[in-house]
Ligand binder design. Structure first.
Ligand SMILES: NC(=O)c1ccc[n+]([C@@H]2O[C@H](COP(=O)([O-])OP(=O)(O)OC[C@H]3O[C@@H](n4cnc5c(N)ncnc54)[C@H](O)[C@@H]3O)[C@@H](O)[C@H]2O)c1
Length: 470
């Protein structure tokens, strides 16, 4: 199909960006909004976004004019009659979207492909609202659409495979990487990302570590572009909670139980950036108290001992603070177990650890050039607990036949800005290390979802450190 003209219904956060993406690829766009006021907002959105690209030198004034001229703005759905494809980006409500799909089906020519940008609703149910279910797909863009390189192309059991392929080719023409997936809640990215974010909220709720410490651990210790609480505030806590509910309704897995803490934030109207306050933005946010350590004893890391000695600390056995790198739960109140992960030093405290020792250890590790992350002495501490379960989810997703290793890696790189996809990360950490970490987590929490995925276990047993790729 040539895709000479497309329709975009709803020109909010996503729709305006999607209209811009089509227009930039030289395609005529009819943008439809509910009323004149919303249409003006959509126009302003397009002008702002292309204006920014102009300021950054990514578009010339002439190119910007051409892009804007390709978009016709209207409040009449009838203007979509001759579109080759119509994509909707109206609010995430099944009844409203189903009504729109039924009307588009009546209005549009028989060959028009109808697409939805839904993040969590079943595409199959939208297809069923039309008389052309074989020509209905999900085309899931990421925010901001002009910047993010991924499009999840969602086919249902009734989608014509040719239509799916054409939409995939269209995504390539738009300069995006398409990932073909079936109609399962959350598709690839949200199905992997949201349970990990929800898990971070659970650790906070259980008091395993604090908000800033968990964010630091995942950003600096793993190299993710953003910590989970910053990301949740950006996504919107209500949206995150809703997606967790959709995932749980489909899977009934313990991994998908929405955190009660997330629910109480939503109930309190603290939705993140959109409401001005979520996990961040509390006026009570302030610096933590300080208690400088005087003497230190380091066990298990020559490098840490050297760094502290170079900073002028004398290593003595009867020190105020003992930093034990690795090993098992310490049995002295002065000893803090330390796990070094890149720039991050996790400080595990047990029921015996004295508060003075924790504060002293935190300062010492800062002086030694690490970002300290105080946490409770639980299996996996913060980084491994969050990361290994997240990676395990990716293995289970592949194992269930939902998506290929390449697609899952590409989706997480392009959709979430990861430097490495989950399988690349698994291989660079070492499959055996992750499998063993998951076994420890499972032994401690006994949650079925933390048991190593059977494929991971089998590969390690076979002595392999690589997933099978064609
Ligand atoms: N925001 C994101 O990060 C994101 C990312 C991927 C997918 N999505 C999905 O995209 C869709 C839209 O989300 P959004 O964040 O852009 O919402 P939004 O609220 O910013 O925009 C929705 C727009 O639809 C318009 N609208 C409402 N009813 C309409 C109708 N009957 N006809 C025409 N226009 C109508 C509204 O005026 C508004 O401009 C949702 O399905 C959402 O799940 C959102």
């Amino acid at each position: 199909m040539a895709f000479e003209m497309v329709g975009v219904v709803g020109l909010g956060t996503m729709g305006a960006g999607i209209a811009e993406v089509f227009a930039r690829a030289g395609i005529q766009v009819a943008g439809v909004e509910a009323d004149e006021q919303a249409l003006a907002r959509g126009r302003a959105h397009l002008e702002r976004s292309t204006g920014r690209a102009l300021d950054k030198g990514k578009l010339t004034p002439a190119e910007r004019e051409e892009i804007l001229a390709r978009v016709t703005l209207t409040t009449s759905r009838a203007d979509l009659r001759d579109a080759d494809l119509v994509i909707e980006a109206i609010p995430e409500r099944m009844d409203v979207k189903a009504e729109l799909f039924a009307e588009l089906d009546r209005l549009c020519k028989p060959s028009t492909i109808l697409a939805t940008n839904t993040s969590s609703l079943p595409v199959t149910a939208l297809a069923a609202a039309t008389g052309r279910p074989d020509r209905v797909v999900g085309m899931h863009f990421f925010n901001p659409a002009p910047v993010m390189g991924l499009v999840e192309v969602v086919g249902t059991v009734v989608t014509d495979p040719g239509v799916r392929a054409e939409v995939g080719d269209l995504a390539v023409r738009l300069g995006k990487t398409p990932v073909e997936v079936d109609d399962r809640a959350g598709f690839v990215v949200n199905r992997l990302l949201l349970p990990y974010l929800n898990h971070a909220v659970t650790l906070l709720d259980h008091g395993v570590a604090g908000r800033d410490d968990i964010d630091n651990a995942m950003k600096l210790g793993v190299g993710l572009p953003m910590g989970p609480f910053h990301l949740l505030d950006l996504i919107g806590l209500d949206t995150a909670y809703e997606i967790m509910n959709v995932l749980f309704d489909e899977s009934r897995s313990d991994r998908h139980v929405p955190s009660p803490l997330l629910r109480s934030y939503v109930a309190a109207g603290l939705l993140g950036r959109k409401s001005g306050r979520g996990f961040y933005g509390d006026p009570g946010d302030g610096p933590q108290e300080k208690a400088p350590a005087r003497t230190v004893h380091v066990v298990g890391s020559r490098e840490l001992a050297d760094r502290l000695e170079a900073a002028g600390f004398k290593d003595t056995e009867d020190a105020d603070v003992v930093l034990q790198v690795g090993g098992s739960t310490p049995v002295s109140g002065r000893t803090v177990r330390v796990q070094l992960k890149g720039q991050v030093a996790e400080l595990a405290t047990s029921v015996l650890t004295e508060q003075e020792a924790v504060l002293g250890a935190r300062d010492l590790l800062k002086i030694a050039g690490y970002t300290p992350v105080p946490c409770k002495d639980r299996a996996g501490l913060v980084v491994d607990a969050l990361l290994y379960c997240h990676l395990n989810d990716a293995v289970r997703m592949y194992e269930s036949g939902y998506a290929s290793i390449e697609d899952i890696d590409a989706a997480m790189r392009l959709g979430c800005g990861y430097v490495e996809g989950p399988f690349e990360l698994l291989e660079s950490i070492g499959l055996a290390k992750v499998r063993d970490g998951l076994r420890d987590l499972h032994a401690e929490w006994r949650s079925p979802s933390s048991a190593p995925a059977p494929l991971l276990d089998k590969l390690v047993t076979a002595g392999l450190n690589r997933f099978p790729r064609p």
